[in-house]
Design a binder for this molecule. Structure first.
Ligand SMILES: [Zn+2]
Length: 241
């Protein structure tokens, strides 16, 4: 992990955006390593929506599901490059369900995302989404967490703080405990956060989110937050499954 920590530190020092360091990271085409041994930490990355479920539609028509996936794939590569075990709830434009089950496709797909984490006794769940609101004026990354398992709040704070320091100096948003409207956090059985990366109802932020370099910055700061959360110590899952 050390080499990457140095690279990431260099990215921080060099002004963060569009740095060579990030290009080095992204040029490494890496496969998901899901062969976690018993008790070994696994990061489950969850790009929100997919397939028939496009998620929010942004100004100009961009689909949330595409932005979520792109950020999650870049984040995956950074984590795998650093030696983490990573599992994706989806790695392409798909929605997973069984035609023979009566439950709606969306509900099945959402439940599956939580169920994946049950296979890993030491796990962190990170869901990637975009926000949307009826008023165009709101912007800024915001992180939600589940308090079902200790540690989610600390990871959420780590991501929120880095977003303020590195990407959005004016972002005064606070982390929020999820309520029952966010299924993947409400039902979480592991440490779990959901990152609303920005508002697709805000023209300026949507334009940024449509820029690959900006999305890479978001992936990088989430990576840094996860890495620092892990390196500074954390408790393993204690939830009853
Ligand atoms: Zn969403």
């Amino acid at each position: 992990m050390c080499a990457v920590m140095i690279l990431i530190s260099a990215a921080y020092v060099s002004g963060f955006s569009g740095s060579t360091v990030q290009n080095i990271l992204s040029e490494n085409s890496l496969n998901v390593n899901s062969s976690a041994k018993d008790g070994e930490l696994t990061i489950v990355l969850d790009p929100g929506h997919g397939g028939a479920d496009g998620g929010a539609v942004g100004i100009g028509g961009v689909l949330e599901k595409e932005l979520n996936l792109d950020i999650a794939l870049m984040l995956r590569d950074m984590l795998v490059f650093s030696g983490y075990n990573v599992v994706m709830t989806r790695s392409d434009d798909s929605m997973y369900y069984d035609e023979n089950i009566k439950l709606s496709k969306k509900a099945q797909d959402t439940r599956r995302r939580v169920d994946i984490t049950r296979d890993y006794e030491n796990c962190i769940f990170v869901s990637i989404h975009m926000n949307k609101f009826s008023s165009e004026k709101y912007s800024g990354l915001q992180v939600y967490y589940s308090d079902n398992v200790e540690g989610g709040k600390e990871l959420a704070q780590s991501i929120q703080s880095l977003a303020g320091e590195l990407l959005q100096k004016d972002n005064k948003r606070q982390i929020k405990k999820a309520d029952s409207t966010i299924y993947v956090l409400d039902k979480a059985v592991v440490r779990a956060v959901l990152v609303e990366c920005g508002f697709l109802s805000n023209a300026e932020e949507t334009a940024k989110l449509c820029d690959k370099e900006y999305r890479r910055d978001i992936a990088t700061l989430i990576f840094m937050a996860i890495d620092s959360f892990v390196l500074t110590g954390y408790s393993e899952n204690t939830a009853d499954k």
